[in-house]
Design a protein around this ligand. Structure first.
Ligand SMILES: [Zn+2]
Length: 228
């Protein structure tokens, strides 16, 4: 079984046929871009027509869950994605679908990297390189404050600790690894391969610094080069 999604919705999914097909493509993209194995489990996707029904459902069944527009929840059984119909539904489904595919394939994913990858894959495929709204934001931030500290991201343990700045910074490191120097991408994929093989992966920052001693300079150069 290759990362299949079973959809349950309280409205007609016909207009969303293309979107659901994208989840299959997303699985292929994760395998190709990150070298992660294909997910070994089904993910159940629960879609609600109204945000009020979505909120009531989650408060009832998952009272501890954080308040978010969409959620991926995995406890003992198969993973579950929850979202409601809105202009952002496509983004929400790709974002939570990325979490589902990662957790269906890997025994663990550090929180910041999990979110950085979900932010990266949540936009339509043609927008991943240059069309994500985080790009202009990180370029502004970089100009004012310099590269965000990857070691600080690695210390985040709870979703509640992540606000817009942490999502942007996590995205920025992922984008750097996937579109920056080839060594950075190699380090990301070998890190994920170690996790998949249950080998102690160490810290990604340590591995990146060993591979790219001028890590911050390379990060800056990557985003300068993308300035248009
Ligand atoms: Zn997320």
């Amino acid at each position: 079984m290759a990362g299949s999604f079973v959809c349950h919705a309280d409205f007609s999914l016909q207009p969303y046929d293309g979107l659901l097909a994208e989840l299959t493509r997303l699985q292929n993209d994760l395998i190709r871009e990150l070298g992660v194995p294909s997910a070994q489990e089904v993910t159940h996707v629960y879609l609600f027509a109204k945000s009020s029904t979505y909120k009531r459902y989650l408060t009832h069944y998952f009272p501890q869950a954080p308040t978010r527009r969409a959620l991926f929840i995995k406890e003992r059984g198969p993973g579950m994605v929850f979202a409601y119909e809105s202009d952002e539904l496509a983004i929400d489904i790709r974002h939570e679908g990325t979490h589902a595919l990662l957790h269906g394939a890997l025994p663990m994913v550090p929180l910041w990297l999990d979110e950085g990858l979900a932010e990266y894959f949540e936009v339509a495929p043609q927008d991943r390189h240059l069309g994500n709204a985080h790009l202009a934001s990180i370029q502004r931030f970089l100009w004012l404050k310099g590269p965000p500290k990857i070691e600080q991201l690695e210390q985040l343990e709870r979703l509640e600790e992540m606000g817009p700045a942490q999502y942007r910074d996590a995205w920025a490191w992922v984008h750097f690894m996937l579109h920056g120097p080839p060594e950075a991408r190699e380090e990301l994929t070998s890190y994920l391969r170690d996790i998949a093989a249950l080998a102690p992966p160490g810290q990604l920052s340590v591995r990146l610094r060993r591979r790219l001693p001028q890590l911050e300079q390379q990060f800056i150069a990557h985003y300068q080069q993308l300035r248009r």
